[in-house]
Design a binder for this molecule. Structure first.
Ligand code: HGY
Ligand code: MN
Ligand code: MN
Ligand code: MN
Length: 442
């Protein structure tokens, strides 16, 4: 695979959902999302892959081998699909397991997000299947390309919604009632798109039929120096919390400063406190979204709602950031005479990827084509590194042996229009994914 081949398919998808002001606006169940879904269906049809939309709106394109396949191999039995968090699922035994190997990612973006976060994993999956077919590979078990819905939570606020629903990690009623900034619920958005929100719910049979999940994703932390492709070791624990600051609405021109109970003051303090607690703990904290009521230039705010995103290399550090943040903001609210509430919206404990699968892939890629592109010759292993970004792989890892491949992002910029990757590195990613699928399924 070379960069030209990659670019050809990439350029078919790239225009969908592009925003005038830069980046992408690909929100789940929006017109842009429906156009991405149509693109996915066309790619599946062009390759004679069996198309499925599951009960949660996730798309799957199956390459079923000729022989009867897809049945859980009795030697392996059905995966344990009891919702677990943080532990790795049983290690994959690829040689005797006939269950499907899933690869894929998501189409949706954060507002004005980059082109690669999500779509790179889906385009690469189709190209990897093309490559395997071109060499006459005959899979012994199904290879499935997946597109998970609402991974970013960019419209309805809960990330990895499609994979969480599939894994039973979120209550379907809560999901149906999630609203976007315009007040449209997920249920309404699905109905308008011709999907059935009443079907939302866990899908243990589908999980039981997956023997492995490999998600290819652009690397988002500037950590792949001279290697075009790396392998994930873990996803940092992370979460989102809704912050509510309340005070007394009043006239900006007639209310003396000492008489004010201004929630904007406590909110401003909270932004700085989040940053300070994260710096002290060597973790991360971001407040990138805020809503002010009544949001008038000449009125003191009545209420400020904001969202905290915090992440750290381990649970104890994340806990330290949150508790330090909460206690300091509570004290400040006391002084400001304002109300403060903090409520978790989604929390993901650390995800340690399946070490057997991870090491098998890192070694494979050390011998494979991906390493040939490293200046100065091959390396014995692809780099193995953690990520602070959440992924559907982080949700499925509790139920299915899961691995992630990363493609080099020279600047590390992500969740912004400047996200980039070279066609050559993306082609190396396709080669690496094809090598992994060949190893696991053929
Ligand atoms: O927020 C994240 O880390 C992911 O990109 N959804
Ligand atoms: Mn993302
Ligand atoms: Mn992503
Ligand atoms: Mn007036």
């Amino acid at each position: 695979m070379d960069g030209v081949d990659f670019r050809r398919l990439w350029d078919e998808l790239a225009p969908i959902g592009r925003a005038e002001a830069g980046g992408y606006l690909r929100f789940s169940w929006s017109d842009a999302d429906l156009a991405c879904r149509d693109w996915f269906r066309a790619q599946a049809a062009a390759r004679d892959l069996r198309l499925e939309t599951d009960r949660n709106g996730n798309l799957f394109a199956w390459w079923d081998p000729d022989a009867e396949a897809g049945e859980p191999n009795p030697a392996f039995g059905a995966a344990d699909t009891s919702p677990r968090t943080g532990e790795a699922a049983p290690a994959a035994r690829p040689d005797d397991d006939r269950r499907a190997v899933l690869t894929g990612s998501h189409f949706d973006s954060v507002p004005h997000g980059g082109a690669y976060d999500g779509p790179l994993g889906i385009v690469s999956a189709f190209l990897a299947v093309d490559r395997l077919r071109a060499e006459g590979a005959e899979p012994k078990r199904p290879i499935v390309i997946g597109a998970f819905t609402e991974e970013e939570g960019g419209r309805f606020g809960v990330p990895c919604l499609g994979s969480r629903l599939m894994a039973g990690a979120i209550d379907p009623d809560r999901a149906r009632a999630l609203t976007d900034t315009g007040g449209t619920t997920l249920a309404q958005a699905m109905r308008e798109a011709g999907a059935d929100p009443d079907a939302l719910g866990p899908d243990p049979e589908r999980l039981a039929n997956l023997g492995a999940f490999v998600e290819l994703h652009i690397e988002q932390g500037r950590n792949l120096g001279d290697a075009p492709v790396g392998v994930a070791s873990a996803i940092w624990p992370h979460g989102r919390w809704r912050l509510t600051f309340t005070g007394a609405a009043d006239h900006a021109g007639t209310t003396r400063l000492p008489d004010r109970r201004d929630p904007m003051l406590t909110f401003a303090f909270a932004v700085l406190a989040a940053r300070k607690e994260a710096r002290l703990a060597d973790g991360l904290a971001t407040i990138g979204r805020v809503a002010v009521e009544p949001n008038a230039t000449n009125a003191i705010a009545a209420k400020v709602t904001a969202w905290l995103d915090s992440r750290a290399a381990d649970a104890a550090t994340l806990e330290a950031i949150l508790s330090g943040f909460e206690s300091k903001v509570r004290d400040r609210a006391e002084r400001d005479g304002t109300g403060f509430a903090i409520a978790p919206e989604s929390e993901t404990p650390i995800v340690e990827f399946d070490t057997g699968l991870r090491d098998r892939i890192a070694t494979l890629l050390g011998e494979g084509a991906a390493s040939d592109r490293v200046p100065g010759g091959a390396r014995e292993r692809a780099p193995v590194l953690p990520t602070g970004a959440g992924h559907d792989a982080g949700v499925l890892a509790a139920h299915v042996p899961t691995a992630m491949l990363f493609v080099r992002n020279p600047t590390g910029v992500s969740h912004a229009p400047g996200e980039s990757a070279s066609d050559e590195d993306c082609a190396a990613g396709v080669d690496a994914l094809a090598a992994v699928l060949r190893d696991l399924a053929c």
